[in-house]
Design a protein around this ligand. Structure first.
Ligand SMILES: Nc1ncnc2c1ncn2[C@@H]1O[C@H](COP(=O)(O)OP(=O)(O)OP(=O)(O)O)[C@@H](O)[C@H]1O
Ligand SMILES: [Mg+2]
Length: 113
């Protein structure tokens, strides 16, 4: 199992949610976050003057899935969350040791469907 964590533009979340639903991904965790990347929160490309680091609002989407779904999810995120401009976000993939459904005690793959 892997955790796919995507940090995306808030305005792209709705489209991503719909696409994930279409391929049967139901379990996800969503948070409103703030962050910055290599432009240090500046919207656009700057040179010269120093400037303060700014934190921009982003949405973090986390989903734990079976390994074989990871590539498809990455493609969906790239298709729905890209505007081809700086600040489109990032995807991080983590290994997941286990998952347990609290109600039933099911674990592993059975717990993430
Ligand atoms: N190395 C990182 N670690 C953790 N979070 C990150 C990292 N890089 C980016 N993020 C998060 O992703 C958000 C979007 O980053 P962003 O898309 O601006 O990345 P970037 O590296 O600057 O790429 P780009 O040049 O396309 O903007 C940030 O606001 C931050 O929340
Ligand atoms: Mg950036």
């Amino acid at each position: 199992m892997k955790k796919v964590e995507a940090i995306i533009r808030p305005e792209t979340f709705r489209a991503l949610r719909e696409m994930l639903e279409d391929v049967g991904i139901n379990g996800l965790t969503v948070s409103e976050v703030a962050g910055c990347g290599q432009q240090k929160g500046q919207q656009g490309l700057f040179r010269g003057n120093t400037f303060e680091i700014k934190l921009l609002p982003k949405v973090k989407v986390e989903m734990v899935v079976e390994d074989e779904f990871v590539d498809e999810i990455i493609h969906i995120i790239q298709d729905t969350c890209s505007t081809n401009t700086v600040g489109d976000g990032k995807i991080f993939i983590y290994p997941v040791e286990n998952a347990i459904r609290i109600r039933t005690g099911e674990s592993g793959k059975k717990a993430i469907v």
